[in-house]
Design a protein around this ligand. Structure first.
Ligand SMILES: C[S@@+](CC[C@H](N)C(=O)[O-])C[C@H]1O[C@@H](n2cnc3c(N)ncnc32)[C@H](O)[C@@H]1O
Length: 206
C-alpha cells in the first residue's frame, strides 16, 4: 500500500469519531441537496456503491433508505461506525482504486469528500473504473476537491492526513474523458469549523 493510503487509513482509524463530530458542526454542508438530486433519478432498490463511506452518516444512511447500498472504506474504525449506524447497508473494507466489480453492476456510485484522499494522478483512472462499474445511463455523484492540494497535512483533526486534488477544470476534463456527461457541475463553499472550504460537486451520467 502506498504511503498516501497508509496515512489516510491510519489517520481515519485514529480520528473516526472526531471526524463525525466535526462534520456534524458544518451548518451548510450541501450534501443533502446533491444526494436528493441523485436519488430523484434512481428507482427504489437500485444498487448504489458509496466510496469512502466513512461512518455512514448522514449520506450512506440517506441512500440506504430507498436503495441497495454497498459502502467501501479503507478504515476499519470508520467501517465499525458505519456498520452500527447503517444496519440496512452492506459494508466492505477496500481501497476504491483497487476494487473490481463486473461491468454495469451499479445504478449509481457516490463519493462524498473521499476522492480528495486519492493521489490526483490516479483520479482519472478511478473515474474510468467507476464508469465501467455503472450501468449505461448510471450516475456518479461526488464532492471532489478543487484546491490543488497534493501532500500530507501534519495535523488534521489531530492526525496526519493526505489530500490531493485538481482544479474544477481538470476534474471536468477527467470526468468527460472517462465518459461522463455532467448534469451538475458546481463549486460550493461551506463553513467548516476552521473557516470556509470549497468543493466541486459533480453529478455525471455514464
Ligand atoms: C472525509 S471522509 C468522508 C466520509 C463520508 N463519505 C462522509 O461524507 O462523511 C473520507 C473517507 O474516505 C475514506 N477513504 C479515503 N481514501 C480511500 C480509498 N482510497 N479507498 C476507500 N476509502 C477511502 C476515508 O477512510 C474516510 O472514511
Amino acid at each position: 500500500m502506498s504511503d498516501a493510503r497508509q496515512v489516510v487509513e491510519s489517520g481515519y482509524d485514529r480520528i473516526a469519531q472526531r471526524y463525525l463530530e466535526w462534520s456534524a458542526r458544518i451548518p451548510d454542508d450541501p450534501r443533502r441537496r446533491f444526494a436528493a438530486e441523485l436519488t430523484g433519478r434512481l428507482d427504489d432498490g437500485a444498487p448504489v456503491l458509496d466510496l469512502g463511506c466513512g461512518a455512514g452518516v448522514p449520506s450512506t444512511a440517506a441512500l440506504a433508505e430507498r436503495h441497495d447500498v454497498l459502502g467501501v472504506d479503507l478504515s476499519e474504525a470508520q467501517l465499525a461506525l458505519a456498520r452500527r449506524n447503517v444496519p440496512g447497508a452492506r459494508f466492505r473494507r477496500g481501497d476504491m482504486t483497487g476494487l473490481s466489480f463486473p461491468d454495469g453492476s451499479f445504478a449509481a456510485v457516490t463519493a462524498f469528500y473521499s476522492v480528495l484522499h486519492v493521489p490526483r494522478e490516479e483520479q482519472g483512472a478511478l473515474f474510468a473504473g467507476i464508469a465501467a462499474w455503472l450501468r449505461p445511463g448510471g450516475w456518479f455523484l461526488a464532492a471532489l476537491g478543487c484546491s490543488e492540494a497534493n501532500g500530507v497535512e501534519t495535523s488534521w483533526l489531530g492526525a496526519p492526513m493526505f489530500f490531493s486534488s485538481h482544479s474544477p477544470a481538470e476534474n471536468r476534463r477527467l470526468l468527460e474523458a472517462a465518459g461522463f456527461t455532467l448534469d451538475v457541475d458546481e463549486t460550493v463553499t461551506m463553513q467548516e469549523p476552521e473557516g470556509p472550504a470549497t468543493f466541486h460537486w459533480v453529478l455525471g451520467r455514464r
